[in-house]
Design a binder for this molecule. Structure first.
Ligand code: HEM
Ligand SMILES: [Cu+2]
Length: 586
């Protein structure tokens, strides 16, 4: 469509007759289950991880109900162990690790690069099947008797003593690990090879940088944990004596190998969120991200440093004090690139034209919560303090601030931000803002008391506790029910919007980025014509973007409500459309 047809009030696509796109070109089960389209695979992942998130959430609810009383009577000891293991395993390996890369990343990465698909579409589909096979095995392990080791599977308990379905669950996680590796390889090759002409490295959106960093971490780290888990399996099945001291093994070796991956894994969970937050903050502050290259390189720095700090999980395992000091200092260093990002986001919002849309609220919530999580990580990285705090609820609070307050809020920010692109529909903005607020409040009510009760001495993974801790647990459980409401509301309005949401148009936020220059939902091959890039990322200060906003605002009632004011109208004669070859809308 030519640009001249896009007069204010005439948002062609919104009113035009049905167009073919990736969702409606075919409806057969076969075309879904054997699809090679990155967008459809993203949807398959979205549905699967949502199921796992719901199951993990159910386990969390059981934990919180049990902990309302000091001598919880709802669950047996053994069942309690299995429930918190289920919660951790499902949330970490089957929800958080794949959440942003496999759903949002899969969907938007090729679009952002101006590519037709990922480099290896078949590998992409295979990764989903590995994920599903892993999920099926792990769920089977959980249903047919359960696993009681905790998500960390520490030896010798997991290798020698536990009578639960450890082997099945480990093989399931192993398969899921391969699905991440496939995704990581695919992303690395795609980012190197499939960028549109003119899309140089320093014109890439920061989401791409973050995805690149996370893919490298995945490809280097995941094989280590996969092999480690297989070693536990081998130890259980054949008694080979890797971790069992009776046979000459070393149980602490497991912790080294496990955390060598699993500390980087926490960055696998958070780095993609960093990418999402950069996109959202820039878009809704109408500004280029402050210190673009610092933000880009800090993702890589986090990737590198993340591999050097695993020992901070092992301060009390008898490692030498000098080792402890080195790991402690290195852990402090990791905080620097994280802090750079927080400062740069804040500087971006500062003096920006800020729109408090739902994705922006999630992003701002993210910044606050991640900061609390990161700072408390520094408490834990201090040797002497950690001796007191490790294995307490303080640690539980720390990692929920980073993983839920950070990674999950980032995922929600991204899901809201790209929902119009993915589905072609707007969700109800009022409810979305409300849900963001409820989630933020519920989250703090749930997890802040856990810092206090942990500091006071409440150990993690226990369900009987002294009655003086009860008040904190009740607060936390009450907060959890608020949080649950905050998370359920989006589930409802997202489904509702699929049918009843107003049509979104190609670029409802007036965002920069190639993904917004194709119709919503995108056509099967992403772009009518392959784009050629001649501009820098986040060119929000350019007029052309303002115009896009104006076109959209005029055409879409919901948009005016969203922005809260009529965006500035630029003189048509001053139009500087620097994007040849690309349909500006649709
Ligand atoms: C500023 C950066 C961070 C530092 C210095 C830091 C430090 C630490 C330390 C020292 C521990 C061990 C506590 C103990 O067991 O006694 C820990 C635990 C943990 N951290 Fe962090 N952390 C940081 C950021 C993150 C991020 C971004 C995430 C996730 C997105 C994360 C997730 C976790 C998890 C999951 C655990 C506990 C694992 C377990 O024992 O179950 N941390 N952190
Ligand atoms: Cu760590």
């Amino acid at each position: 469509m030519s640009a001249s047809a896009l007069k204010p009030g005439a948002l062609g696509e919104v009113t035009s007759a049905k167009r073919l796109h990736y969702l409606n070109w075919s409806y057969t089960v076969r075309d879904w289950l054997l699809t090679l389209d990155h967008k459809r695979i993203a949807i398959l992942y979205l549905v699967s991880i949502s199921v796992m998130f719901a199951l993990g959430g159910w386990a969390a609810a059981m934990i919180r109900i049990e902990l309302t009383s000091p001598h919880g009577h709802i669950l047996e000891n053994d069942t309690y162990n299995k429930i918190f293991t289920m919660h951790g395993v499902l949330m970490v390996f089957f929800f958080l690790v794949p959440s942003i890369p496999a759903t949002l990343g899969n969907f938007v990465l090729p679009l952002m690069l101006g590519a037709r698909d990922l480099a290896f579409p078949k590998l992409n589909l295979l990764s989903w099947y590995f994920y599903m096979a892993g999920a099926a095995l792990t769920l089977y392990a959980i249903i047919s008797g359960g696993v009681d080791t905790g998500w960390t599977f520490y030896t010798p308990y997991s290798s020698v003593y536990s009578n639960s379905n450890v082997v099945l669950a480990l093989v399931g996680i192993f398969l899921a690990g391969f699905s991440s590796i496939f995704t990581g390889i695919n992303f690395i090759v795609t980012i190197h090879k499939m960028r549109a002409p003119g899309l140089t490295w320093f014109r890439l959106p920061l989401f791409v940088w973050a995805t690149y960093a996370v893919s490298v971490v995945i490809v280097l780290g995941t094989p280590v944990v996969a092999i480690t888990l297989l070693l536990v399996v081998a130890e259980r099945l054949w008694n080979i004596g890797i971790f069992n001291p009776v046979l000459g093994g070393d149980p602490i070796l497991f912790q080294h190998l496990f955390w060598f991956y699993s500390h980087p894994a926490v960055y696998i969970m958070i780095l993609p969120s960093f990418g999402v937050i950069s996109e959202v903050i820039a878009c809704f502050s109408r500004k280029r991200v402050f210190g673009y290259s610092f933000v880009a390189f800090s993702s890589l720095a986090i990737g590198v440093f993340g591999f050097l700090v695993w020992g901070h999980h092992m301060f009390i395992t008898g490692q030498s004090m000098y080792t402890g000091i080195v790991f402690s200092v290195l852990s402090f260093l990791v905080a620097i690139p994280s802090a750079i990002k927080v400062f740069n986001w804040t500087a971006t919002v500062y003096k920006g034209t800020v729109w408090f849309t739902a994705p922006m609220l999630y992003a701002m919530g993210f910044i606050g919560l991640f900061t609390v999580g990161g700072l408390t990580g520094l408490f834990l990285a201090s040797l002497a303090v950690d001796v007191h705090l490790n294995q307490t609820y303080f640690v539980v609070a720390h990692f929920h601030y980073v993983m839920v307050g950070g990674a999950m809020m980032g995922y929600f920010a991204g899901l809201h931000f790209w929902w119009p692109k993915i589905t072609g529909r707007m969700y109800p903005e009022f409810w979305a803002k409300l849900a963001a607020g409820i989630t933020f409040i519920g989250f703090n009510l749930t997890f802040f008391p856990q810092f206090i009760v942990g500091y006071l001495g409440m150990p993690r993974r226990y369900h009987n506790y002294p009655s003086e801790f009860q008040v904190w647990h009740i607060m936390s459980s009450a907060g959890a029910s608020v949080l649950a409401v905050g998370v359920l509301i989006p589930g409802i309005y997202f489904l509702y919007s699929l049918k009843y949401g107003p049509r979104a148009g190609s670029n409802p936020w007036g965002a920069s980025g190639l993904e917004w220059m194709t119709q919503s939902p995108p056509i099967k091959d992403n772009f009518d014509e392959p784009p050629v890039v001649t501009w820098e990322a986040y060119n929000y200060e350019d007029e052309v973007v303002e115009e896009t906003v104006r076109d959209q605002a005029a055409g879409l009632e919901v948009q005016r409500e969203l922005i809260g004011h009529t965006p500035p109208v630029t003189d048509e004669s001053k139009r500087t459309d620097t994007r040849p070859g690309i349909p500006r809308n649709e």
